[in-house]
Structures are given as structure tokens and as C-alpha cells.
Design a protein around this ligand. Structure first.
Ligand SMILES: [Zn+2]
Length: 188
């Protein structure tokens, strides 16, 4: 089992059907270096059925891909919302999220991303944050989070500004990750 990663839940054993569903979900999630991943999302203005079906779809993709968070930019929608686990059994959407408090205490954890498969890099983040925003019905929500849940929320909030884990890691880890991600040219 992998260490606590920012977004990928756990490397538990999947049966063949779960594995097939995970691959299908990942195929619908934008992969680095897709340009949508570098773009800044716009605030959501309409809390309508379209928004709610987007949230349902993102929750389904996140579950099938075995992630603990998924941002709209990762499915090519440039709107400010993400879904994530606010607790082990609590999956929520946060629309127009703002991180309103951050602890001074930070830690460094190897973090992965559903859009950058096969890469884990150390990322330093505050251990505790408070995040405020709306739910998919336009109601105010506020979450006081710590550890992996705080990390997931910060990771997803970064996505809405086009910021990825490789932008947050050390220069050495970034270099190694980019070398891994570079398309291989095969000469015959
Ligand atoms: Zn990510």
C-alpha cells in the first residue's frame, strides 16, 4: 500500500471489474500535459441542474478512479468547483471554494494526482485549513479539515488556479517527474 497520497486514495487490490471501471474513469480525466490543467477556472454563477449533474458525474468518476478529490478542470470544465472526501465516509462538492484559514504548522507528504499518473512528489502544505464556499444547491458550507482531508482540499483548490503538484514540489523532484512524463521518442 502506498503512503498517504494527496489524491489517490490507496493502492488496494482491485478486482477485475473495479480495475476496468478505474481505467474507464481515468480515460475521462484530463491527463498532463492537457492545457485545461493549466487554466484558471471561473466562478460558478448558476446553481442549476447542469451544475448538479456535473457534481454527480464528478463524484462517480472520483469514486471509480479511487481518488479522494477531483476538480472540474480535470474534466475540462473551467468552473470553480471540486468534489472531495471531507471525511472517510463524507463526499461533498465545494463550489467557489476559498481557503479562509491555514495553520502555521506544515508537513511534507508524497502526493499523487489523478491527472499525473505514476508520479508521487513531496509537497509541503499546512496541516489544517478551513475552507468555505457553497454546495451544489447554493447553500453556504464550511469545513474545518486536517491531515489528508486538508491536503486533498488544498490540492483541489490548486487545480482551480491551474497549479499542479509538480509546481509545488522541490526542484529535484520536479525534474525527475518531468523526465518521467516526457514523451519517449523511439527511433527505429
Ligand atoms: Zn490532482
Amino acid at each position: 500500500m502506498a503512503k498517504a497520497e494527496g489524491q489517490v486514495y490507496e493502492d488496494d487490490e482491485l478486482d477485475a471489474e473495479q480495475e476496468a471501471r478505474r481505467r474507464l474513469a481515468l480515460a475521462q480525466i484530463r491527463q498532463y500535459p492537457d492545457v485545461a490543467l493549466k487554466m484558471t477556472a471561473r466562478p460558478v454563477e448558476h446553481f442549476d441542474d447542469d451544475l448538479r449533474s456535473l457534481v454527480d458525474r464528478m463524484k462517480r468518476l472520483m469514486r471509480d478512479a479511487r481518488g479522494i478529490g477531483l476538480a472540474a478542470t480535470q474534466v475540462g470544465v473551467l468552473q470553480r468547483l471540486f468534489v472531495f472526501h471531507a471525511a472517510e465516509d463524507e463526499v461533498v462538492a465545494v463550489v467557489n471554494p476559498e481557503i479562509v484559514e491555514r495553520s502555521d504548522e506544515t508537513d511534507v507528504v508524497e502526493e499523487g494526482c489523478l491527472s499525473i499518473q505514476g508520479v508521487l512528489v513531496p509537497v509541503e502544505r499546512p496541516v489544517r485549513v478551513t475552507i468555505a464556499g457553497r454546495d451544489e444547491n447554493g447553500e453556504d458550507v464550511r469545513f474545518e479539515l486536517e491531515d489528508i482531508y486538508a491536503r486533498a482540499a488544498q490540492h483541489e483548490a490548486d487545480h482551480l488556479d491551474g497549479v499542479l503538484i509538480i509546481d509545488r514540489t522541490t526542484p529535484e523532484a520536479r525534474r525527475e517527474a518531468l523526465a518521467l512524463l516526457r514523451p519517449r521518442i523511439v527511433l527505429t
